[in-house]
Design a protein around this ligand. Structure first.
Ligand SMILES: O=C(O)C1=C[C@@H](OP(=O)(O)O)[C@@H](O)[C@H](O)C1
Ligand SMILES: C=C(OP(=O)(O)O)C(=O)O
Length: 435
């Protein structure tokens, strides 16, 4: 990505014997974004504890500040003072969402209902990701958009205003689309009904209730009454399961590893990886369960083990979508073949993650065939050193850093700085736990 300045190349940690110790990963990215959005459109003070200071969440913060929200980092967390949806004001400058799909898509749902003009843009990766899925239903609700190729991509101009509730069957299983419709529905006249294709992360639904909002969820059907007023509150963000996943994979793969991960989010709409690991015979256990503002959380114990290949397809995909690059790495070391299907959404993430995973892991000696909607991985591959590229995608960069721990030779990673999108202290935390 041309617009982020980061170190060109980094020598990764070399072959490790094991992972050992106790870890707390930084706050959940999805939940941190939502706490900012809700804090900005609610009335009164919101305190966000354990807010993730990753680049993506800071993009959300900067967009909201341009819309008039007041926020400051205080001792007990990030404090936002909201004045309701009506308190947001027309921005004097372009809203820049950086690399963050969540920022762009959820913000479009908010902007759709605001009676002013704004322009939303992102970096080269984000400006290439699909926005029609958001624009089309929001146009049906009454908002107007102007952008390239028939309003399909950022930069997008938005003129929001009076919205009416609609009934909408989502064509893709996307929590970002669902959340955009919830934010628009909260501002609409009448009820907005959203039908989900498959269960996706439900942090927006959970957090809305924490802010005093009303939402009815019944199976795959969600109803949001319009014209709601939300009240500021205190949110404690659990550790990010998707960040913990890199360490879970490292501990499972390196012989004699023992790892405890504390205070990590365990919302079942996020933990499909645990189900897959159980099927692959890995030894990962939830040893304590708690709850933070309606979000399941707890402690995980991870031990290394022998893995067997499996098939991953269907409704589980949205529950592990961001962990598929790691699942591919796990599968390279499993007995037998692993097949991943129904994951075409991977093609429209920060990079085409099907191609990036297949190309970069193959360069290290893995046997991976990309397919139209996933990949086929043959296990028990011996990994060797080489130079690989994150392509500016944080999840690819971190997965390759875990892969390097298994490689016989030195691995160099191009564009390593992107890990700061979701996990700025990733390399430091990994260094502390490898033996
Ligand atoms: O809502 C969210 O916070 C997210 C939803 C998912 O994207 P989609 O909604 O595009 O599936 C996920 O891949 C992304 O990392 C975060
Ligand atoms: C896809 C991701 O995020 P976003 O869509 O918010 O850019 C991710 O974090 O893996």
């Amino acid at each position: 990505m041309a617009d982020r300045a980061f170190a060109e190349e980094r020598k990764l940690f070399t072959k490790a014997e094991k992972i050992e110790g106790t870890l707390e990963v930084p706050g959940d990215k999805s939940i941190s974004h939502r706490a900012l959005f809700f804090g900005a459109v609610a009335r009164g003070k919101t305190v966000v504890k354990n807010f993730l200071k990753g680049e993506d969440c800071l993009s959300t913060l900067s967009c909201l500040e341009k819309l008039g929200a007041e926020a400051e980092f205080a001792e007990d967390g990030l404090v936002i003072r909201g004045k309701g949806f009506d308190g947001l004001t027309e921005p004097a400058d372009i809203l820049y969402a950086g690399n963050s799909g969540t920022t762009a898509r959820l913000l479009l749902g908010i902007l759709a209902g605001r009676p002013f003009y704004s322009v939303l843009s992102g970096d080269a990766s984000l400006n290439n990701r699909p926005m029609a899925r958001i624009v089309e239903p929001l146009e049906k609700m009454g908002a107007a958009f102007f952008g390239r190729q028939g309003n399909r991509y950022l930069p997008l101009s938005v003129i929001g205003g009076k919205l009416r509730g609609i009934r909408y069957e989502m064509p893709v299983a996307s929590a970002q689309l669902k959340s955009a419709l919830i934010f628009a529905g909260l501002q609409a006249e009448g009820v907005t009904t959203v039908i989900e294709k498959a269960p996706s992360r439900n942090h927006t639904e959970i957090m809305l209730r924490q802010f005093g909002g009303e939402i009815a969820v019944s199976g795959n059907r969600i109803e949001i009454p319009g014209g709601q007023r939300l009240q500021g509150t205190s949110i404690e963000v659990p550790g990010d399961f998707s960040s913990a996943a890199f360490f879970i994979a490292a501990a499972v793969l390196l012989k004699n590893s023992r790892l405890i991960i504390k205070n990590v989010g365990l919302n079942p709409t996020r933990t499909g990886l645990l189900d897959v690991l159980a099927r692959m015979n890995a030894r990962v256990e939830v040893v304590e369960r708690t709850e933070k503002n309606g979000e399941p959380a707890g402690t995980l114990s991870v031990k290394s083990g022998e893995l067997t290949g499996t098939v991953i397809e269907g409704d589980i995909i949205p529950r592990l979508i961001d962990e598929i690059p790691l699942i591919a790495l796990l599968a390279t070391q499993a007995e037998g073949v692993t097949v991943i299907r129904d994951a075409e959404e991977l093609k429209v993430k920060e990079t085409d993650r099907i191609l990036a995973v297949a190309n970069e892991l193959s360069a290290l000696g893995a046997k991976i065939e990309p397919t139209g909607d996933g990949m086929v991985i043959t296990g028990k591959a011996r990994l060797r050193g080489g130079t690989v590229d994150s392509h500016g995608d944080h999840r690819i960069g971190m997965m390759l850093s875990v892969a390097a721990l298994l490689c016989d030779g030195e691995v160099r990673l191009k564009n390593p700085g992107c890990v700061a999108v979701s996990y700025p202290s990733f390399f430091r935390d990994l260094k502390r736990l490898i033996r």
